[in-house]
Design a protein. Structure first.
Lengths: 81, 146
């Protein structure tokens, strides 16, 4: 299934883009996005160590099951304010 | 509750008007301002990135949380994104309450929560380079204290 991934801050900079799509097996879980990203984009791997995830603009647990067309945001440690 | 995420310069007037009520004896206003140094190094300017859809939702969640935790009348939050120069405002929080103590406390707590939970990131630029700041890892909802 096809998943849209959104990247921000250091991750977007390392990837040279703010979004990409990944092909994942059906019923993949959110944490598998991290593994797939690291595999396809080795430069992102060190930046993925402490990330959180949002699916369709809501924070989710990394164990959540994904569905075709979901938008997964990879959220590095936040530093707003 | 009023929340705003914008790349435009922030001004406090709209926030003060948004939170003030006739029952409010106090309005506190916090300015988060870009400063010219961090960890011993001179800073030229900052650049903020955000996940807008979730950042706005999360700013609202912080505001609602403060309304639940403190006896305040209202709260407003505005966060700026993009390039922000030294001396300019990156964050505004306004809180109104009958008495001053709750307004101060809720304002401080709101800023702390914003820094912990809202998907916004800052990159520091200095002479000859720049780097994204090492932020606070978001914990998954299940692990987050209630």
């Amino acid at each position: 299934m096809r998943i849209q991934v959104r990247l921000f801050a250091a991750l977007a900079e390392a990837a040279g883009r703010r979004s990409l799509s990944l092909d994942l097996p059906r019923d993949s879980r959110v944490w598998q996005v991290r593994d797939a990203l690291a595999l396809e984009h080795p430069r992102l791997e060190p930046l993925c160590a402490r990330v959180a995830f949002a699916v369709n603009a809501e924070y989710v647990d990394a164990d959540q099951v994904l569905h075709e067309g979901d938008e997964v945001a990879v959220i590095p440690p936040v530093s707003g304010g | 509750v009023f929340v705003q995420l914008t790349s435009e310069p922030l001004t406090p007037d709209a926030l003060i008007q948004a939170v003030r009520t006739d029952a409010s004896g106090a309005v506190t206003l916090f300015f988060g301002v870009v400063r010219n140094h961090n960890e011993g190094r001179g800073v030229l300017y900052l650049e903020y990135d955000a996940y807008p859809e979730l950042a706005e939702r999360q700013l609202r969640a912080v505001a609602e949380e403060m309304l639940g935790r403190y006896p305040i009348d209202d709260i407003a939050i505005a966060h700026r994104t993009g390039r922000i120069e030294i001396g300019e405002t990156s964050l505004l929080v306004a809180v109104s309450s009958a008495h001053r103590a709750e307004a101060f406390e809720a304002c401080l707590a709101a800023v702390d929560r914003i820094k912990e939970t809202v998907p916004i990131w800052k990159k520091e630029f200095w002479e000859g380079g720049g780097a994204w700041l090492d932020g606070k890892p978001m914990t998954a909802p299940a692990e987050r204290p209630a």
